[in-house]
Design a protein around this ligand. Sequence first.
Ligand SMILES: C[S@@+](CC[C@H](N)C(=O)[O-])C[C@H]1O[C@@H](n2cnc3c(N)ncnc32)[C@H](O)[C@@H]1O
Length: 236
Amino acid sequence: MSGPDPASVRATFERVAHRYDLANHFLSGGIDYIWRNRLVKLAGKENCSRVLDLATGSGDVLFALREGLPPSTHITGVDFCEPMLDQARRKRSLKGLDEESNGFISGDCLKLDFPDDSFDLITISFGLRNLADRKRGLSEMNRVLKPNGRLIVLEFSQPYFWFRPFYYFYLRFILPWMARFVTGDRDAYLYLGTSISEFPDRFGLVQEFEDTGFDRIRFSALTFSIVALHEGHKKG
Ligand SMILES: C[S@@+](CC[C@H](N)C(=O)[O-])C[C@H]1O[C@@H](n2cnc3c(N)ncnc32)[C@H](O)[C@@H]1O
């Protein structure tokens, strides 16, 4: 479950931060809005007053949760890349949202600076794949969740078998060039393709949830299973 080098992950996001949102919407053809909405819909199915959005990046998941959850919900976004957080804070002030219940703080998912049993819900969107040690990250998430609290992971997955050749052709040969056009950084998006191909499929991630102490696990495959939405509960 060991993953990419954290220093190079941080450096990659530092380089693309100023164009991250544009690249996201352009390279996904806008489907990222639909994926995020699915996450928010799932989040709203159970009560949650304290929410943590990990690897929050430029904050789009936090803002979508803010729109979809009750106004009293307290949401905190955590990321270890300051330029991404700067984008999130800039967008928060453009939206006129307060800092108190929409906090963006610097931190490492592998060593969360929160006491045990703090949150009702943790979300992590396109972040788990980037962690240097996924097992440790999942254990930290389990630790800071309240008993019966939920973890929701939105992440790239392994597409349905028949779709794989097209998808990996797109990832290897088309996406890096399109990304270069939008962000000026082809390498960051070569990394994207590699990290996706090395990430477990839907069933593999269910196993990793189980191994770290989650139960009542379920998942949905989205867009030919390019992406999957997993949910698990911390044992009560
Ligand atoms: C692909 S972006 C996802 C951003 C956002 N969640 C979204 O859905 O658009 C991945 C983010 O994970 C962050 N990240 C990677 N490893 C991290 C770690 N160990 N601790 C905190 N943030 C991390 C990166 O800085 C980056 O902002």
